[in-house]
Design a protein around this ligand. Structure first.
Ligand code: FE2
Length: 363
């Protein structure tokens, strides 16, 4: 098998938002991210401001516009708050750019070097689905906290973390009949392998349906499930996303914990809203997943979902959308051997999402 493009992991995820200052506060207070770095007017930026937050291996950048003609403002006007950049940590950002563009990727940023007293970073970028982009970050000659151009951000307010440790996977929602095109992009341009596919026969409820393929790199640190809507009786949740995001884009970032009960209860205490899980979900769960280490009553109390595959099981839960539009949300996941994505929970999950869609009148 051909080798995939060498990627060490997710470097950062950058959100374009309507109010970066307030969003940064939300990620600190609700999710327990720690302040790392800042860039804005004080550092010479004219059209945008960025706050960098981190929790263990997860780095988020919240970027807002300072002027109406900023590309950040244009992106936000169209899409609302959402993920703009999924950045890859690579050893060679020039080679990553050359290899991917030679294989058909559309250039976003030609390779360039940024420097400060902490060293050099080489960056480059390509487009992926919708207005989403991938930035290649080569930081082997850099000792700073984030990137050149950023200064340390040290507010007094530093709430404790919630046990989030790394980005497990990032899901993209794409248009009707576009799943294969995007999956093939990751296969042909990045050398990713297809892990799993399922179609509307696997994932559908009375009303909604989707198709999905999971693409991953060789070391499995990058996993991208790609969803497209499928015909159901009523509007698919993927369609609702596409309508409100005004096109394809990242649907959710799954962040891992090694103590999901502790993490979920901390997040709930701090005001994070999760999807409603009916008590009846737990009536048949043991039958479906067999014996697990955790006490089902405890999982039921915290409304945590359980699924299994042939390698083990996983525990997961999904937040409600974290912005005004019903678009992007988070998944909290703890893997206990399982390498899959919770397909068995889709039914229960969909019924719950439909309940929310019904309340919004968008089903
Ligand atoms: Fe997921």
């Amino acid at each position: 098998m051909a080798k995939s493009l060498p990627i060490n992991g997710t470097d950062y995820v950058e959100f374009y938002v309507g109010n970066a200052k307030q969003a940064a506060h939300f990620y600190q207070s609700a999710f327990g991210f720690q302040p790392v770095a800042y860039a804005g007017l004080e550092t010479g930026l004219k059209d945008r401001v960025s706050y960098v937050l981190r929790q263990d291996k997860i780095t988020f950048v919240l970027t807002g516009a300072l002027t109406p003609d900023s590309p950040v403002a244009e992106h936000h006007k169209l899409h609302g708050d959402g993920v703009k950049v999924i950045a890859f940590w690579v050893d060679d950002a020039r080679k990553s750019f050359e290899e991917t563009t030679a294989k058909g990727a559309k250039a976003y940023k030609e390779p360039y070097t940024e420097s400060d007293e902490n060293g050099d970073v080489v960056l480059s970028g390509i487009h992926t689905y919708g207005d989403t982009v991938h930035i290649f970050v080569e930081r082997k000659n850099y000792k700073g906290d984030f990137l050149p151009g950023f200064v340390k951000w040290e507010p007094e307010y530093q709430p404790v973390d919630t046990g989030l440790i790394y980005v497990d996977h990032i899901v993209g929602n794409v248009g009707w009949e576009k799943m294969d095109t995007v999956a093939n992009f990751y296969r042909d341009v990045m050398g990713f392998n297809q892990l799993i596919s399922f179609d509307d026969k696997d994932i559908s409820t009375e009303y909604t349906a989707l198709k999905s393929k999971v693409m991953a790199n060789d070391n499995m640190r990058i996993k991208f499930p790609i969803n497209e809507p499928a015909k159901g009786k009523m509007k698919s949740q993927i369609e609702e996303y596409l309508d409100f995001y005004m096109g394809p884009g990242p649907q959710h970032v799954a962040v891992a914990t090694d103590d999901i009960v502790k993490t979920i209860s901390a997040l709930r205490d701090r005001g994070v809203d999760f999807l409603f899980v009916p008590d009846t979900y737990y009536d048949s769960v043991t039958e479906r997943v067999g014996e697990i280490e955790e006490d089902i009553e405890v999982l039921k109390k915290h409304k945590i979902l359980i699924d299994k595959d042939d390698k083990g099981y996983l525990l997961q839960l999904f937040t409600k959308p974290v912005e005004d539009r019903p678009t992007f949300f988070f998944e909290i996941i703890q893997r206990k051997g399982a390498e899959s994505f919770g397909k068995g929970n889709f039914q229960a999950l969909f019924e719950s999402i439909e309940h929310e869609q019904r309340l919004r009148g968008t089903l």
